[in-house]
Design a binder for this molecule. Structure first.
Ligand SMILES: Nc1ncnc2c1ncn2[C@@H]1O[C@H](COP(=O)(O)OP(=O)(O)OP(=O)(O)O)[C@@H](O)[C@H]1O
Ligand SMILES: O=P(O)(O)OC[C@H]1O[C@H](OP(=O)(O)OP(=O)(O)O)[C@H](O)[C@@H]1O
Ligand SMILES: O=C(O)c1cccnc1
Length: 466
């Protein structure tokens, strides 16, 4: 995986850490990671990036270059000495990577020395916010695509090295393969691809380009048919090559449509291929696809077998970022709060646990309950702000969501492959009722608080009122 040094952080984390070093170096803090809104106006979010965070935190050190750089930024010698020996020794409880998550409840909770937990904030948010955004986008695209093959083609359009993690997150959200070689190598994702227009342009003759290409790819040859004219040139040439391949005992895998009316062209292409006895040749479509275009193409009965998606997937278009935050909820054993004019933005104090309510059929009921970590059982959930609303929880199975994943800087869970995480995401999504998955005005997944947590929060709100 790409290397991260501990200077992959914001300067203010180090500036604050130096003060902690001088004034309270042994203090222990608890931080919560959560986000405030599901991206894409959707009804759910897929949590991704945890495995990378565990790996990064186990190996996080300041290099000699980091220390030399910080020397030039007014940090003092004793603090730089501390940074030279820096290691993350904290503990983490987290939702399982790939799980379906919702706003305003902890997804991950970090406990440790205040300097350490402060310094890691930036890398943690950077990795989790991005991958969670892209995994969610990918799962929406998967929802539209049904069982068809989805190829990630986004590296060239990604925000620089973000493309590396976008490919990983796309696989977690349900993509079948990727054109991204380095990410496929590092995360054991299937690599796949077709050909570019430049390859055909480099020949004077499209047919010759197809012939040469087919010879080197006898088993997985996909020909791009729209360079000059899809139906009058690309497709007839592809059919000629498909028949030549048959004579050699090979089979053309597919043709790719990359412009024009994809439904119309796919239908015309299918008809021509079938009429030539080439029913096995698949149709690949690309060109600024997203969950809405793919849904529309399916509604038009476009006979497309494989979708290639780039820009919209890896940039999380139209949402620039997941609004995930990392807030202090406990300091040296004492509950802490962050107030806000906006009631929904008031943070939840203390070390907490999150329970998912499961109904009689084993499906997600539609509510998560947040309580204090110290509470044994929670029999009733209270609405976070409306004191008239509560729900009795006796009839549900309470599933514990936050589990220990790291203790004293060492991971405590087995390493998980991307394929395993993707499978888990799929299983969890299958437990989420359809109303939460629709694109327009999805159901809102409820959050409830235990009485003890609500009382703790309300007490702190009163204490800090001006
Ligand atoms: N049948 C269809 N139904 C809905 N959307 C479609 C259909 N066919 C294509 N699209 C989408 O419409 C958009 C067309 O974009 P644009 O006009 O830039 O393409 P183009 O002119 O065909 O391609 P290019 O500019 O690459 O030659 C793309 O996002 C494409 O995925
Ligand atoms: O449209 P996106 O969803 O971002 O998908 C990726 C696009 O990238 C490629 O185009 P590009 O023009 O870069 O190269 P090409 O000549 O190989 O088509 C490919 O042909 C797709 O159209
Ligand atoms: O393999 C492809 O067809 C491909 C890869 C990257 C970008 N566009 C297309």
């Amino acid at each position: 995986m790409l290397d991260f040094s501990a200077s992959y952080t914001d300067l203010y984390q180090l500036t604050m850490a130096q003060v902690y070093f001088k004034t309270k170096p042994k203090s222990v803090a608890v931080f919560d990671y959560y986000f405030r809104n599901n991206p894409f106006n959707g009804g759910y979010t897929i949590f991704a990036g945890l495995e990378n965070i565990l790996h990064i935190l186990e190996n996080l050190r300041f290099t000699k270059e980091d220390i030399s750089f910080l020397k030039m930024h007014d940090f003092e010698a004793d603090f730089l000495e501390y940074l030279t020996d820096f290691k993350f020794n904290g503990s983490i409880f987290s939702v399982k990577e790939g799980d379906v998550v919702f706003p305003n409840r902890p997804i991950l909770q970090v406990t440790g020395n205040i300097m350490e937990v402060q310094i890691i904030e930036t890398v943690l948010l950077n990795i989790l916010n991005f991958q969670t955004l892209i995994a969610t986008k990918a799962s929406r695209i998967r929802h539209s695509a049904g069982a068809r093959i989805l190829i990630d083609m986004g590296l060239r359009r990604a925000h620089a090295t973000g493309g590396y993690f976008a490919t990983r997150a796309a696989a977690i959200g349900g993509f079948s393969s990727s054109s991204n070689v380095i990410a496929a190598r590092d995360f054991d994702i299937a690599a796949s691809g077709t050909m570019a227009h430049s390859f055909i342009q480099s020949y004077t003759n499209e047919l010759q380009a197809f012939r040469d290409f087919a010879k080197t790819r006898p088993k997985n040859c996909v020909l791009l048919v729209d360079t000059y004219n899809t139906l009058k040139s690309g497709l007839p040439n592809a059919i000629t090559v498909a028949k030549e391949m048959e004579k050699r005992g090979d089979k053309l895998l597919g043709v790719r449509l990359d412009s024009g009316d994809l439904a119309y062209l796919a239908k015309a292409t299918r008809k021509l291929l079938d009429a030539e006895g080439l029913a096995y040749v698949k149709i690949v479509a690309s060109n600024q696809l997203n969950e809405y275009v793919i849904k529309s193409l399916n509604e038009q009965n476009a006979p497309i077998d494989i979708f290639g998606v780039g820009t919209n997937l890896v940039t999380g278009k139209p949402d620039a970022a997941l609004d995930g935050v990392y807030k202090l909820s406990e300091y040296n054993g004492k509950a802490r709060i962050k107030l806000s004019e906006n009631i929904i933005k008031i943070s939840l104090p203390s070390k907490k646990q999150v329970y998912r309510m499961i109904d009689d059929h084993g499906m997600f009921y539609g509510a998560d309950v947040v309580g204090l970590a110290s509470e044994e059982t929670i029999s009733q959930m209270l609405h976070p702000f409306d004191s008239n609303k509560s729900l009795d929880l006796q009839n549900f199975t309470h599933e514990v969501l936050l589990k220990e994943v790291m203790t004293n800087g060492n991971r405590t869970i087995e390493k998980q492959t991307v394929a395993e995480i993707a499978k888990y995401a799929q299983t969890r999504l299958s437990l989420l009722p359809e109303e939460y998955k629709r694109f327009q005005n999805p159901h809102i997944y409820k959050i409830g608080l235990s009485e003890k947590l609500k009382n703790t929060r309300d007490r702190l709100v009163t204490e800090h009122k001006f």
